[in-house]
Design a protein around this ligand. Structure first.
Ligand code: CP
Length: 315
């Protein structure tokens, strides 16, 4: 197998063999977590031989709940050392550059940075000569590769096989980084992606083959096997106003349990989180057996452990 990239910016940085390795390793970590008691589950003993002990720094220059905590939990379970960089109280606020901040962190012995930023392609200046290994934990509206990989793992776990499956991604596709990762990743496993939403949310760049567009939520629900629900990413909208009101959007594209029941399509509902309850999904649906979001979060810990281990594998 090729060595894993030093900078994981995009799902495109991984080849098919590496993705399959991560899926298998995630399953192993998850199985161990179920068979060992919670007190005894620590991957210290499970972790493969690494070329160096992981010393990580979580660096989130944008808000996060699940990604940051799930990397932190994964680092604990891998038995790694880690620091947290608090951008709000850091010397970035005094005008220190990102480059100088990175080299300062490196000088403290950090060899892995988990990086989230509001700017698309924020890692681009560091790709040619990275100071340490870096994992993109979401950069603007570019990509969110670890979220897409944990989603893929969860879908394969739940559905067994994605060949011939139709997956509707409903919502603000253009401003969602995970949608851009999923659009590339899911077709590699034989799935057809159906992008659903008002044209204002359609991606500006052509998404490639195995992807189709649909302006009707109900048409998509009727023909798809599962739904992946995105929130409206208002914080990434350059435009001042949406060309529709929120109630209009909810009526046309929101998913409610009663509506799914009425049209006879009680199908799985995925969400990368956070969800805006009452907009893309209603309370009854998120509380129902259809909602897979918490399983996605659970699997996220194991997928992120696999990714971090893979980037430090010996050989
Ligand atoms: N899915 C996701 O990235 O969630 P957070 O913003 O809470 O990390």
């Amino acid at each position: 197998m090729d060595r894993f990239p030093t900078v994981l910016e995009s799902v495109r940085d991984l080849n098919a063999e590496q993705i399959h390795w991560l899926l298998g390793r995630t399953q192993e970590f998850k199985k161990e977590s179920k068979t060992l008691s919670p007190q005894n589950f620590s991957a210290r003993g499970l972790c493969r031989e690494l070329r160096a002990p992981i010393v990580a720094c979580t660096f989130f220059a944008e808000h996060s709940t699940r990604t940051k905590l799930s990397f932190t939990r994964g680092l604990q379970l891998l038995g790694a050392e880690f620091l947290n960089f608090d951008s709000g109280t850091s010397s970035l606020k005094k005008g220190e550059s990102l480059r100088e901040t990175f080299y300062t962190i490196k000088a403290m012995g950090v060899n892995l940075l988990i990086f989230r930023c509001p700017v698309s392609f924020g890692l681009a200046p560091f790709k040619a000569q990275p100071p340490f290994s870096i994992i993109n934990a979401g950069d603007g509206k570019n990509e969110h590769p670890t979220q897409a990989l944990l989603d893929l793992f969860t879908m394969l776990e739940q559905e067994k096989d994605l060949k011939g499956k139709k997956i509707a991604i409903i919502g603000d596709i253009e401003h969602s980084r995970v949608s851009h990762s999923l659009i590339h990743l899911l077709p590699l496993f034989g799935a057809k992606v159906v992008l659903v939403g008002p044209r204002f949310f359609w991606p500006k760049n052509p998404p490639g083959p195995h992807v189709e567009f649909c302006e009707s939520r109900d048409e998509a629900i009727k023909k798809c096997d599962l739904l992946y629900l995105l929130r409206i990413q208002t914080e990434r909208h350059a435009e001042a106003e949406l060309p529709f009101s929120l109630p209009e959007y909810v009526k046309e594209f929101g998913v409610s349990y009663q509506h799914l029941k009425k049209i006879g399509r009680l199908i799985p509902l995925y969400s990368p989180g956070p969800a805006n309850i009452g907009v893309e999904i209603d309370e009854e649906a998120i509380q129902s057996e259809l909602f897979v979001g918490h399983t996605q979060v659970e699997n996220g810990v194991f997928m992120r452990m696999s990714i971090m281990e893979a980037m430090f594998l010996k050989g």
